[in-house]
Design a protein around this ligand. Structure first.
Ligand SMILES: [Cu+2]
Length: 265
């Protein structure tokens, strides 16, 4: 229904509702625009100088415009209470249970996205500021913690399984950033000092999207949606949506690779 708005391709379960909302707001604003525009032109003609040489200090006596404004307020209230607030509540209150979802920690920093998976054991390892090293351990992950041995970290590469609820726990190391993936209809600010959870269900794999768009190089992109400094425009991450099997394989491989002792140390 919202193809006419030129929105990006849709690749998440809840995205249709957001598009519907955007569509209705546009339709309603178009009606308002035409209505008020017409009224304006009517006034220009009706109250032109040749017809109305002397100003009338009493003004309009009918209540038509008050009723019209009342009607507009009612439609706006319906948009707000009927569509926007229920949609927002469903996104924010109804988090899926963690055992049915994949939990990923995403930590934004100038100018990169640090991704952290709990690994096959499903438990995040301890992180400690003292272990933080900008180049080798940007999250300060303690590999000696039993829960942290199999954890997987990556830079700017977010891998996700298709059709599974994803809970992202979003943080920032420095300034305000914003995690935005237009195809998922997801955008959330990262605020220093807070961990903000949000969730979505990606429902189109990267491979499917490449066929759908006819673009073999298609990539879902995490665009930082808050101007966060000089390197803001280069703060790009990529999301690869895979089948559940491919994702498990990827996670197991990375976990093995990263838990092996570093041969260069
Ligand atoms: Cu940023």
């Amino acid at each position: 229904m919202t193809k006419w708005l030129g929105l990006p391709e849709l690749a998440s379960a809840h995205g249709g509702q957001i598009d519907g909302m955007i569509g209705w707001v546009h339709i309603f604003m178009l009606v308002l625009f035409v209505g008020w525009g017409g009224f304006f032109i009517y006034c220009l003609v009706r109250f032109r100088k040749s017809r109305q040489p002397v100003a009338n200090y009493t003004g309009a006596k009918s209540h038509a415009s008050s009723y019209l404004e009342g009607g507009v307020a009612v439609v706006e209230a319906v948009l707000l209470f009927g569509f926007a607030i229920p949609l927002w509540a469903a996104r924010v209150d109804a988090m899926p249970p963690e055992r049915e979802a994949l939990v990923v920690r995403v930590t934004a920093e100038q100018f990169a996205w640090n991704i952290h998976y709990a690994g096959p054991d499903g438990k995040f390892g301890r992180t400690d500021l003292k272990l933080l090293d900008v180049s080798s351990n940007p999250l300060g992950l303690d590999r000696n913690d039993p829960a942290g041995k199999d954890d997987v970290t990556s830079l700017n590469q977010l891998y996700l399984p298709v059709n599974k609820p994803i809970i992202v726990r979003l943080r920032s190391k420095d300034v305000i950033h914003s995690f935005g993936v237009p195809e998922f209809r997801v955008k959330q600010d990262a605020i220093p000092g807070l961990t903000i959870p949000f969730w979505f269900i990606p429902n189109v794999t990267t491979a499917e999207m490449r066929t759908r768009t006819g673009n073999d190089a298609f990539q879902y992109e995490i665009a930082c949606a808050q101007l966060c400094g000089l390197g803001h425009s280069s703060m790009r991450g990529f999301v690869t949506v895979q089948t559940a099997e491919d994702f498990q394989k990827w996670l197991a491989e990375k976990s093995k690779e990263q838990s092996a002792p570093d041969p260069f140390k």
